[in-house]
Ligand binder design. Structure first.
Ligand code: ATP
Ligand code: MG
Length: 347
């Protein structure tokens, strides 16, 4: 049976990198005998232009009935004075699709160690995945805002912890089998519930080795020994901070993808960079992050691991060849880079 993908090209460089991601999905699917169909819908600034809303109803309906949603990027100065921010569409889409798990892989690609602000020998081989809880914790707790005091309540239920922990255990099981659960259990009650809930699940995943680490120690170790990590599991606030810290290790925004997953419904897959209005429409964008997101769509969204492996191998080989876009030292445009990756996918 064929799987249906909704593409939201969005704004700025979004449409440029989304087009390359779709080409890669088609090439990898055809090489592996996977059947995919595609549709497109306006979203973000493009949604405001077309329908007066960043998340038009028709776009949401199409997203709900898709097997996976691919997003380019949203936002830009064009909508500074619009009645709504284009980015509001993203928050609405995440909440409508119930996306509680955010996956951010960080990889230092062979041949690109020099991009990292850390010493090349320190980051060589780093390849980790951060699994962040996205719908609970401090960001969503009751807020009190007074003149003299203010508070944000942090709440987690055991069920909320268990469902994100399962995502992380499964991801670790498909990787190198090492899971580090990150908390602050020496001071936080939510962290103690977090830790005991994760421990209770561990026997179900015999192929995964679990350890626990405090968030402050993790923040240090990410820059001193990033290659020591495989999968990091953590709550919303810690994950927000650690995933940005970890992204820097790779050395370029343009290289990394992400996935947001829910229960049952479609996942959302997007590069971590923004709409980069400064280079939009100039064929300068690095589509690597979008290509990496396409691989995640196949792996986590559709369960097509072989096609995902194929995309990751092709991207890795292309980056290693040095034939890259200008932001990482090459001289190819977005389209030419994408075409060369697609050629590798077909062979
Ligand atoms: P947003 O608010 O949309 O998240 P941001 O402030 O994070 O935006 P980006 O739009 O991601 O910023 O761009 C930051 C810088 O990185 C810009 O100079 C942009 O040109 C560059 N950049 C971002 N993505 C890419 C890419 N894929 N290829 C090349 N350069 C990029
Ligand atoms: Mg940003």
């Amino acid at each position: 049976m064929s799987k249906h993908i909704l593409v939201l090209p969005g704004d700025g460089i979004g449409p440029e990198v989304a087009r390359i991601a779709v080409d890669c999905l088609k090439a990898a699917a055809s090489a592996e005998g996977v059947s995919l169909t595609f549709d497109e819908a306006p979203f973000g600034g493009a949604g405001l232009d077309a329908c007066g809303k960043p998340l038009p109803e028709e776009t949401l309906d199409k997203a709900r009935s898709a097997d996976a949603v691919f997003l380019g990027a949203v936002g830009g100065p064009k909508w500074d004075d619009a009645p709504e921010r284009p980015e509001k569409g993203l928050l609405a889409l995440r909440s409508e699709l119930g996306l509680f798990a955010n996956l951010r892989p960080v990889k230092v690609f062979a041949g690109l160690e020099g991009l990292s602000p850390l010493k090349a020998d320190r980051v060589a081989g780093a390849d980790l995945l951060i699994v962040r809880e996205l719908t609970g914790g401090l960001y969503f707790g009751e807020k009190r805002e007074g003149r003299e005091t203010a508070s944000d309540l942090c709440t987690y239920s055991a069920d909320e912890v268990a469902r994100i922990a399962r995502v992380a255990f499964r991801a670790a099981s498909g990787r190198r089998g090492k899971l580090t659960s990150v908390d602050k259990a020496n001071v936080l009650a939510t962290s103690r519930l977090w830790r005991s809930t994760v421990n209770q699940l561990a026997p179900e995943y015999q192929d995964v080795t679990l350890d626990h680490m405090y968030v402050d120690a993790t923040a240090m170790k990410l820059v001193t020994h990033p290659s020591a990590f495989d999968v990091i599991l953590t709550e919303n606030l810690f994950g927000d901070i650690l995933s940005d810290e970890a992204a820097v290790i790779a050395g370029s925004l343009g290289l990394l993808g992400s996935a947001s997953l829910g229960e049952g419904g479609p996942g959302l897959f997007e590069p971590i960079h923004g709409s980069a209005p400064d280079i939009a429409g100039q064929d300068k964008a690095n589509p690597s992050g979008a290509i990496a997101s396409a691989a995640m769509l196949l792996r986590f969204g559709l369960g097509e691991a072989r096609a995902a492996d194929r995309i990751e191998a092709a991207l890795q080989a292309q980056l290693k060849s040095g034939r890259t876009t200008a932001d990482i030292g090459g001289s190819l445009g977005c389209r030419a880079f994408g075409a060369e990756v697609c050629e590798r996918l077909a062979s």
